[in-house]
Write a protein that binds this ligand. Structure first.
Ligand code: HEM
Ligand code: HEM
Length: 205
């Protein structure tokens, strides 16, 4: 089944690579700021890399949004089903028992259903809520003139910093679970292969 068109594979590869660079440079900036060791040139370099890769990640995100809006891939991100939450629970139970339980996958991959309900939920939250918040707070941090506002005594600078760090943390948590979840399917490695080749192969194929 051809489920991952070239544009989504290019988006995903860039997204993953740039995210990792941003994570590392973000951590360097953070711990430098907290008074830990590290040279000033190291900090300048980390900020420069963080800024440059952030611009690339933002451009890549535009590709993701436009691609999903204009191609059929957007349908996999729509949450409409009335029993969505019970389906999420069903998938979570399957993951808990895992392959060792010998159960059949409750939501096998089909052309109509590329993601199981848990994947769908986590991808929607990550790409349409977490990521925009991370990007917006990052843009505000980059243009301090946008930090003029003050909410309940918390300055714009402080709030954008808190949002940026929290979203960075949550998306990193998503990434760890994202990768771990690929080991819980009937054929571990099948999903990794499909995001590279574009084709998903079922167990029996
Ligand atoms: C989406 C695009 C992003 C933009 C526009 C952006 C922008 C920025 C800016 C302008 C800063 C302040 C740098 C300075 O002090 O001069 C910053 C800091 C930081 N960023 Fe990002 N960033 C982005 C993505 C990310 C990602 C993906 C992560 C991690 C997963 C991340 C983690 C951090 C961390 C940890 C800091 C240090 C915050 C602190 O300790 O005050 N950023 N970012
Ligand atoms: C080294 C890092 C990463 C690896 C190895 C990885 C692996 C994969 C694999 C195997 C798939 C296909 C399975 C599926 O469709 O569920 C996938 C899809 C996806 N990944 Fe990742 N990923 C990584 C980083 C990321 C990051 C950083 C994000 C977002 C912040 C992300 C978001 C997504 C999304 C939204 C999809 C679904 C794309 C679509 O078909 O529409 N991934 N990833």
């Amino acid at each position: 089944m051809y489920l991952y068109p070239l544009w989504i594979r290019i988006w995903h590869f860039l997204n993953a690579a740039l995210f990792l660079v941003l994570l590392v440079t973000g951590l360097i900036i953070h711990f430098h700021g907290a008074g830990h060791s590290g040279s000033a040139t190291g900090l300048t370099g980390a900020i420069r890399w963080h800024n440059a890769t952030a611009v690339m990640l933002l451009a890549d995100y535009v590709l993701f949004i436009a691609g999903n809006a204009l191609s059929g891939n957007g349908k996999y991100y729509r949450i409409r089903k009335r029993n969505f939450w019970s389906d999420v629970l069903l998938q979570a139970k399957y993951y808990r028992k895992g392959r060792s339980g010998g159960e059949k996958e409750p939501f096998p991959v089909t052309e109509e259903q590329k993601f199981n309900p848990l994947q769908r939920l986590s991808y929607v939250l990550t790409m349409y809520a977490g990521f925009p918040l991370l990007a917006l707070s990052g843009i505000v941090l980059f243009f301090p003139s946008l930090e003029f506002w003050n909410i309940f005594g918390i300055s714009g600078a402080e709030l954008s910093d808190i949002i940026h760090i929290s979203m960075g943390f949550l998306l990193t948590l998503f990434l760890i679970i994202h990768i771990y979840s690929f080991t819980l399917v009937p054929k571990p490695g099948s999903l990794l292969r499909s995001i590279i080749s574009g084709y998903y192969t079922r167990e029996e194929e």
